[in-house]
Design a protein around this ligand. Structure first.
Ligand code: G3P
Length: 224
């Protein structure tokens, strides 16, 4: 990987196994493995846990979503400034489970840039990866929806989507880094993804639902 250190980004979604003290357990495991390995491991917890996790652990924290609003009367929305103030380093945008319109994605990328929040725009194939890259986020994360939470790894089941997305993003905007996700569960999955030109992975269930998240994280970084 040319000069960019890989990112392992663990999305806790709204899993029971990723709430409250479970979120702390996963964050502590991520901190330990990151310190041992030198690999950057980030966590995207529930909004309510951005502040405690970012203040208790030396790992980058990401929001799972933001709304492109400015402070004011927007009850029930996620204010990007609040996410930043709570300690987030960045945010997912357009996750497969929280899809947005193209105009909304653009607005979210712009507000993230203005607030110095890293933007990770999720996509479902190489065409949408190219479209997302045109908006100039920090990362595009391609995840085939049918493999999300399936236990079947994109790296093994569909390496072509990774390769095509890397090429599509590079041809549109070479400054945009690519992540991939869906079913990622081992060091081998991560290595395949990185060898195909990504800067890391976005994953959830293999870590969040594990009996021993630290052991899974150690395996995930083992071939980097
Ligand atoms: O955000 C990551 C996610 O959508 C992939 O989920 O459970 O297949 O690793 P999972």
């Amino acid at each position: 990987m040319d000069m960019v250190s890989p990112l392992i980004l663990v999305n806790l979604k709204t899993y029971q196994e990723g709430m409250g003290r479970n979120a702390h357990r996963i964050a502590a495991a991520a901190e330990t493995v990151a310190q041992e390995s030198g690999v950057v491991i980030g966590i995207a917890p529930a909004f309510t846990e951005i502040h405690p996790i970012s203040h208790h652990y030396a790992i980058p924290v990401y929001a799972q979503h933001i709304d492109a609003i400015t402070p004011g009367a927007h009850t029930g929305h996620i204010l990007p400034e609040a996410v930043r103030a709570a300690g987030a380093r960045g945010t997912l945008i357009n996750h497969s489970e929280r899809r947005l319109t193209l105009a909304d994605i653009d607005a979210c990328v712009q507000v993230a840039r203005r607030l110095n929040l890293e933007s990770v725009v999720c996509t479902n194939n190489d065409s949408t990866s190219a479209a997302a890259a045109a908006l100039g986020p920090d990362y595009v994360a391609v995840e085939p929806p049918e493999l999300i939470g399936s236990g079947v790894s994109v790296s093994k089941a569909d390496p072509g989507i990774i390769e095509r997305s890397v090429n599509a993003v590079r041809s549109v905007n070479p400054d945009v880094k690519v992540l991939t996700g869906a079913g990622i569960q081992s060091g081998e999955c991560v290595k395949i993804a990185v060898d195909l030109g990504t800067c890391g992975v976005l994953l959830a269930s293999s870590v969040v639902k594990a009996d021993d998240p630290e052991a899974v994280l150690r395996d995930l970084v083992s071939m980097l």
